[in-house]
Design a protein around this ligand. Structure first.
Ligand code: SAH
Length: 343
């Protein structure tokens, strides 16, 4: 059976024509779906014979919640979600004043190998389809009984390592016939796959690009991120300049602070030098400690000094508020602990 959420409007029109139906029905069906009607029976303007055909050919189920944790401090929800083939992914829903934000996964596992990240420990199992990414957003909307207004692609997986599916997902999220979420409300985070950054810039999508930098020099970066062996920081910076030129969007640089590895005042100065004068913002993330690795969080004092030092270079920086700290919301941790217990 085909997964209906995997189709954009044009593709679904073709699917309907293939089963002898009129393509105008596609838009009607999409209107129901994005009004959160997932049972073909309840699609009132769809004739019964077509309902039967749809039921026979298309699956419109959402992924299933296996575990749900809610932070008692800030209402952040962390979900462990199972896909049709029983693979597990995680997503996080954060309540901000400006609306609900969902952090979605783009792959089961990840093959980028960043040293401090739990998602990548067993490598990449598979890419998610566009529909499986959409399913996470619809599931969250259904659970919250409120609109999701912002999406960050910062869960498990490397979005630019699953480029085509992620692009289709962004198209449907953005489309008026789909979720109608503005590109400015979407952030795509990447470890820095340079050719794909150019491709994304040329698409003219205007989503916010977040680059996981985590170090100021190639040498240091190679110690914690294998992708640094493939693309240098200067190549990433050039690609970012291109992205800024094309989209006029400010770039976010993510920098996870790890005690004794990349959190000294010298690191901050070098990072300040690298980024000064750029249209950017630095998101400092106190590293989330995972039990498989010995990396430790920087002290509050060091984080504070790091932030202030960057500011001296005119580089805007904020420390990411630790949402849902009481529910262990770090990348890939929930899936790992679940798999360990059930195996
Ligand atoms: N693959 C993409 C997106 C997924 S991770 C990327 O690399 O950007 C989202 C962010 O969380 C990345 O900046 C990643 O490096 C960071 N991250 C992963 N594990 C972490 C941990 N244990 N503590 C702090 N940040 C972490």
């Amino acid at each position: 059976m085909k997964y209906l959420l995997d189709f954009n409007l044009e593709e679904f029109k073709e699917e309907l024509v293939k089963i002898g139906e009129n393509s105008f029905r596609a838009k009607q069906i999409f209107q129901w779906i994005y009004k959160e009607v997932y049972d073909f029976e309840n699609m009132k303007n769809i004739p019964s014979p077509l309902k039967s055909k749809l039921k026979a050919s298309f699956d419109l189920s959402l992924p299933k919640i296996v575990e749900e944790y809610t932070s008692s401090s800030d209402g952040t929800k962390k979900l462990l979600v199972s896909l049709k083939d029983n693979n597990l992914i995680e997503c996080v829903i954060m309540k901000y004043n400006h609306g609900n934000t969902i952090c979605i996964s783009t792959q089961v596992g990840c093959r980028m190998g960043c040293k401090f990240c739990a998602s990548t420990i067993d490598g990449r199992i598979r890419n998610l389809t566009a529909g499986e990414m959409l399913g996470q957003v619809l599931l969250a909307q259904n659970l919250m009984k409120e609109r999701i207004s912002n999406i960050v692609l910062m869960g498990s997986g490397e979005p630019l390592d699953n480029y085509d599916n992620v692009m289709k997902f962004l198209e449907i999220v953005n489309a008026e016939y789909g979720l109608n979420i503005g590109q400015r409300h979407i952030t795509l985070s990447t470890c820095g796959i340079v050719p794909k950054i150019y491709e994304l810039a040329d698409k003219g999508l205007n989503v916010t690009l977040a680059i996981s930098l985590h170090a100021f020099s190639d040498e240091k970066r190679k110690e914690i991120m294998p992708i640094a062996n493939k693309y240098s920081i200067s190549e990433i910076m050039e690609a970012c300049e291109y992205y800024i030129k094309k989209t006029n969007r400010r770039i976010t640089f993510e920098y996870s602070l790890v005690k004794g590895i990349n959190d000294s005042k010298e690191d901050a100065k070098a990072l300040g030098n690298l980024l000064k004068g750029k249209l950017c913002h630095v998101n400092l993330i106190p590293v989330n400690e995972i039990k498989e690795k010995e990396y430790r969080k920087s002290t509050k004092e060091d984080i504070d000094i790091f932030e202030k030092t960057l500011r001296k270079y005119g580089v805007e920086a904020t420390v990411r508020r630790e949402m849902g700290a009481d529910i262990n919301a770090a990348c890939g941790q929930l899936r790992r602990s679940y798999l360990e217990i059930s195996n």
